[in-house]
Design a protein around this ligand. Sequence first.
Ligand SMILES: Cc1cc2nc3c(=O)[nH]c(=O)nc-3n(C[C@H](O)[C@H](O)[C@H](O)COP(=O)(O)OP(=O)(O)OC[C@H]3O[C@@H](n4cnc5c(N)ncnc54)[C@H](O)[C@@H]3O)c2cc1C
Length: 348
Amino acid sequence: MKEVDYIIVGCGLAGVSFCEELRAHEKSFVMFDDQSQQASIVAAGLYNPVILKRFTAVWKAKEQLEMVNSFYERLEKLLGVKLDYKLPVYRRFSSIGEQNDWFNASDNPYLENYLSPQVIPNHNSEIDASFGFGKVLESGRIDTSTLLTHYKLFLKTNNSYCTETFDHAAVKHHENEVIYKNITAKYIVFAEGFGMMKNPFFKDLPLNEAKGEVLTIKAPQLKMEFILKASVFLVPELDDCYSVGATYNWEDKTNDITETAKTELLDKLKTLISCDYEVVNQAAGIRPTVMDRKPLVGRHPKYDNMAILNGLGTRGVMIGPYVAKQLFLNLEKGIPLEAEIDIKRFQK
Ligand SMILES: Cc1cc2nc3c(=O)[nH]c(=O)nc-3n(C[C@H](O)[C@H](O)[C@H](O)COP(=O)(O)OP(=O)(O)OC[C@H]3O[C@@H](n4cnc5c(N)ncnc54)[C@H](O)[C@@H]3O)c2cc1C
């Protein structure tokens, strides 16, 4: 029988964030992952403290951003790869009215650190932006695909990764431990993303999943060194490539790419750039979103040594490290979770 402190199910942004808490506190763990979900792999990887539709700050933006920098920097050192590309987001204005809304928002004390008050004129002839841009500060892109590839390798090298679908029916509960096949653990943490729907212990929690698709284009003439936000995001990657995303679909629950999503993204792209490009990739994943747009964190109401870390929604890059820390402190030190993220809010 192998003994560990934790079993983690799911190696997406939630699972990795929790493993990093465990490593920081020298706790032993085994990760189970079957690669059935793709959200963290296909994500554009943006972190941005402002909701650009409404010009409001993201929930706990300051607290989350404080963790983002050090979290991904530590991972870059651990894995020996570049992950964090610090880039401003340029929000394209479509009218003078929008410029005025921006000026007003940048005066707001919650936003003044994140919104540059000037209108930035457009100097790139390949981009259609006659009203210019508003610049968001403290934003960037995490290369989540590279992160996950290398993190899984790191876990494999340390004999902590099992490529296996976790079988919930095989869990045996004891007073202070759980037994899964030949492993005894103090806790199991489920970080399964949309896979939660197959988890008999937590499947009744209200996940309102949203499928998203994203394209990668190669556009050598574009030469754009910022993240452009208009009706879609256009995000610089390496070698003249850009990701274009993303769609929202609340009906389709597959990870399959579709022509409909491709057409939608290319139609929107047409209104943004005029240079030639080639579509080099298309990918899809299911975002684990929740009605109230807050994560699902906490212990099972009956089985105290089972917990969930899910519901990262559209912002797993920023919110993952923040909620993983809270769950760890709750399990190890009994520190209450913030009521807004605690799954108790859904228990009658
Ligand atoms: C197109 C798209 C673009 C996005 N862009 C951004 C962005 O720019 N910025 C941002 O912050 N967020 C973005 N997101 C959202 C982000 O991807 C999610 O918030 C995040 O990935 C959720 O992470 P997760 O670990 O909870 O879930 P997932 O990434 O879905 O990971 C769950 C893991 O659990 C595994 N699993 C599930 N069930 C089992 C089981 N029974 N046994 C073993 N393993 C299991 C799965 O295989 C998977 O590896 C985007 C999402 C999409 C789809």
